[in-house]
Design a protein around this ligand. Structure first.
Ligand code: AHR
Length: 493
């Protein structure tokens, strides 16, 4: 016996285009994210191209990553960009004080990051240091990356092997200034943004552009957004950021990535849905100060954060990734699709080996996580026009948590076809989803036998997408969703 739910679509009220950048990633100098995860060096036994591991490169190329935020995170506000240029053997050895107190040998610096972004076809989003660096250092870094003039910075870049300037379309002015980025009060942070952003300049005579991103609120710190919107200069602030991580209960009780209870399943999904309320409330404040939508909201850190894998190094934030994480991904992307008027970028934390990673590595082995497959399945939503959709169906309750069985997102692709994502949040119940649509639908589904099914290096294809199509009930499309599943279909009407 399956539950039933009915999806209704409001085709007359389309939202703003779903920017591909909401499928962005975040890669920080943290644990094995950069070193081993992406960069192994030219002399490594792990097959690589100019030091970047080939397996990870090709997995990311397939994923068509639109944008990558780097080098942090907390790391950004202790990073001196000059440490990461020039001959590698001369680069200084620093301590990564935020993440494991390990040596950062700076083998991966500006050139490596920007070349890597080019190799996978992603736009770079560089986060500058507002916490412990000066506006001049920040400005010189930007000049080093982007100028086409024979200024000292331009010449230095050429001397270091890169004649052509890079395009850096997004620049973050600091990170989490309310915490690891300097423990600033909201008003002070807004003022500092104005000061630093003044010196992130492009050559307007050539029509160059950069989006300057102000470090914004954590979770529900609405006072922070209020101060930024009140005091930030909108000609210097193209976007503000929001960070929200999903814990099982709270920061103090992050819970486990696998081997969890039914209640923990429900708690994590419930917490991931909180993104909706957070975006609503932050954007209400933005609407008040900026009714013309000049300033975007970038959710430039999001994802699940659990207790680290037992035995992994302290401060490396390593965790497994299960079908539950894929569902968190689907629910969160669906929320972004509903808020395209302000949410123009989002960056899942993080890309490889850290938190809700798309890719895990172990020496020369690599696997794609359920989150990777989810992001791959959602690609047809990029540049599509979202259509409001509602679900008429039951809720289920586990312990203190009540959740809807089904969550849906619908959009009209550039090719005119409908794309629909369906998430069945229930750990045990199948659901039949009815629609009023005439036509055929096919795509893929991600599901798994257990709540914490995941991929391992010995069994990397334990959780992978399968083909999925509709059944047809009296001319209307119907979908049979197994428990713990997320499906994406293209509909031919
Ligand atoms: O992603 C891990 C950390 O979480 C980032 O460095 C920081 O910005 C956030 O607190």
């Amino acid at each position: 016996f399956a539950q039933t739910a009915t999806v209704s679509i409001d085709a007359d009220n389309p939202g703003d285009t779903i920017e591909p950048e909401i499928y962005g990633h975040f890669a920080e100098h943290l644990g094995r994210s950069i070193y081993e995860g992406i960069w192994v060096g030219e002399d490594s036994d792990i097959p690589n191209t100019d030091g970047f591991r080939n397996d990870v490169l090709s997995a990311l190329q397939e994923l068509e990553v639109p944008v990558i935020r780097w080098p942090g995170g907390c790391f950004a506000d202790e990073y001196d960009w000059r440490d990461g240029i020039g001959p590698r053997e001369d680069r200084p050895r620093r301590i990564n004080t935020h993440w494991g107190w390990v040596i950062e040998d700076n083998a991966f610096g500006t050139h490596e990051f920007l070349n890597f972004s080019e190799m996978i076809g992603a736009d770079p989003y560089v986060a500058g240091n507002m916490g412990s660096g000066s506006p001049r250092e920040m400005s010189r870094w930007f000049e080093y990356m982007t100028t086409d003039m024979d200024s000292t910075m331009g010449l230095l870049r050429a001397e270091n092997g890169r004649e052509e300037p890079w395009d850096v379309p997004y620049f973050g002015v600091g990170n989490e200034s309310w915490g690891c980025g300097g423990n600033m009060l909201p008003e002070y942070s807004a003022q500092e943004h104005n000061r630093y952003a003044t010196f992130i300049d492009t050559d307007w005579t050539k029509g160059q552009e950069v989006k300057r991103v102000a470090t914004g609120a954590n979770i529900d710190d609405y006072a922070f957004t209020e101060a930024l919107m009140e005091l930030g200069r909108y000609n210097l602030m193209d976007a503000i950021s929001l960070h929200y991580y999903t814990f099982t209960t709270a920061w103090e009780d992050k819970g486990d990535a696998i081997g969890f209870s039914d209640e923990d399943w429900a708690s994590v999904l419930k917490n991931s849905l909180r993104m909706s309320e957070l975006i609503d409330k932050h954007t209400d404040i933005m609407d008040e100060y900026d009714p013309d939508n000049r300033v975007d909201l970038y959710v430039d850190e999001w994802g699940t954060w659990y207790n680290s894998t037992e035995g992994s190094p302290a401060g490396f934030l390593e965790q497994q990734n299960s079908i539950r994480d894929a569902l968190v991904g689907g629910l969160t992307l669906n929320i972004f699709h509903r808020n395209t008027d302000r949410v123009k970028m989002a960056n899942i934390a993080q890309m490889v080996n850290v938190l809700q990673a798309s890719i895990l590595t172990d020496g020369e082995r690599m696997l794609r996580t359920p989150t990777y497959h989810l992001l791959n399945m959602y690609k047809p939503f990029r540049n599509a026009t979202p259509l409001p959709a509602t679900v008429d169906g039951d809720d289920f309750t586990i312990g203190e948590f009540t959740l809807p069985y089904v969550d849906v997102s619908v959009a009209r692709g550039e090719d005119g076809k409908l794309v629909m994502a369906l998430v069945n949040l229930s750990p045990e119940g199948a659901v039949t989803v009815r629609t009023g649509i005439n036509g055929t639908a096919s795509g893929s589904i991600l599901t798994a036998p257990a709540m914490d099914s995941h991929n391992t290096f010995d069994n990397p294809d334990n959780v992978v997408p399968a083909d999925f199509s509709s059944s047809n009930s009296r001319g209307r499309l119907t979908f049979d969703l197994p428990p713990r599943s997320v499906a994406v279909v293209i509909i031919e009407e």
